[in-house]
Design a protein around this ligand. Structure first.
Ligand code: CA
Ligand code: CA
Length: 305
């Protein structure tokens, strides 16, 4: 399914593992049972929401595996996400636990954070699911390999950083660049000015505000030049996310089946050509890391699928 490539199938698998699991509320269990495969079992219902609509093709690809291997939907979704991201250079090897029972109810689609949310709304939502603000910033490492599917109506495959096939630190740096414009003539829901519009990069409002808010800015900044912590933080946050709503005493650790992701060639983020410290919206009191600038002229971010 992934063809050893960190492309669109991987992006869908990672998004799906998050969207299925986050459908959980500590305060109201009738709103969803977390990483239970509800998005696959009740896909007709859950994909009616804006946030899940883009997952329809990938869900259709995944569905036949349920009966082919007689596995539960929650296991299949988290397994796909863990195997998927292992195709991305620089990604951590995600834990995989098996044994989730199948979903019995669909999740409330409102439980998925929106790109137009403010910081407090997102943190309250994460806390209600059992995750912290730091977990949220770590989970957004996934946007280092992301392309926005249904945000901008005239720019359907827009990357969120300049290296959408590498799990590197560029995302955390590039979201902090001052916004200068939009990558297309239209503006999508939850889209704000990008720091690299001419290269085709899109910026989500949710990423923009988290990078600049006093509650999350220092954690965000710390991930610009620390690839080890970026990997570890994502791995730990995924370990929590992937079992939300589940009884871990009844799950088996099958992490040994997850492949080792390839390493990155270089580990420090670099400013895009022509950019430097003066282009950064500095948002944390800790000194900003000393980074080099990439050589050459700004060029469009190559498309990949
Ligand atoms: Ca679910
Ligand atoms: Ca990247």
């Amino acid at each position: 399914m992934f063809q050893y490539h960190c492309g669109d199938a991987v992006r869908a698998s990672v998004r799906l593992s998050f969207h299925d699991a986050i459908g959980f509320s500590k305060s109201n269990h009738s709103r969803g049972h977390g990483a239970d495969g509800s998005l696959l079992i009740f896909s007709d219902i859950e994909t009616q929401s804006f946030s899940n609509a883009g997952l329809v093709p990938f869900l259709s690809q995944l569905k036949p595996y349920l009966s082919k291997y007689n596995v539960s939907a929650g296991d299949l979704i988290q397994f796909a996400g863990a195997v998927g991201i292992s195709n991305c250079p620089g990604a951590p090897r995600i834990k995989f636990l098996a044994g989730r029972p199948n979903a019995t109810i669909p999740a409330d689609p409102d439980l998925i954070p929106s790109p137009a949310n403010d910081v407090d709304t997102m943190i309250v939502r994460m806390n209600d699911a059992g995750l912290t603000a730091d977990d949220l910033v770590h989970l957004l490492a996934s946007h280092s390999i992301a392309r926005a599917k249904n945000i901008d109506p005239t720019h359907h495959h827009a990357p969120l950083d300049s290296t959408p096939s590498k799990f590197d630190n560029q995302f955390y740096l590039e979201v902090l660049l001052k916004g200068t414009g939009f990558p297309s003539t239209s503006t999508g829901f939850g889209e704000v000015k990008s720091g690299m519009p001419n290269q085709g990069e899109l910026r989500l409002q949710s990423d923009f505000v988290l990078a600049r808010n006093s509650k999350t800015a220092c954690k965000w900044q710390s991930l610009i030049d620390d690839h080890e912590t970026m990997m570890e933080g994502y791995k730990m946050a995924m370990a929590k996310l992937s079992v939300l709503g589940q009884n871990t005493n009844e799950l088996y650790d099958c992490s040994e089946v997850i492949p080792n992701p390839p390493p990155l060639n270089s580990c420090a983020a670099r400013y895009p050509p022509g950019k430097g410290l003066s282009d950064v919206d500095k948002s944390c009191d800790i000194p900003f890391p000393n980074l080099r600038t990439q050589y050459g002229k700004p060029t469009p971010i190559p498309d990949d699928y």
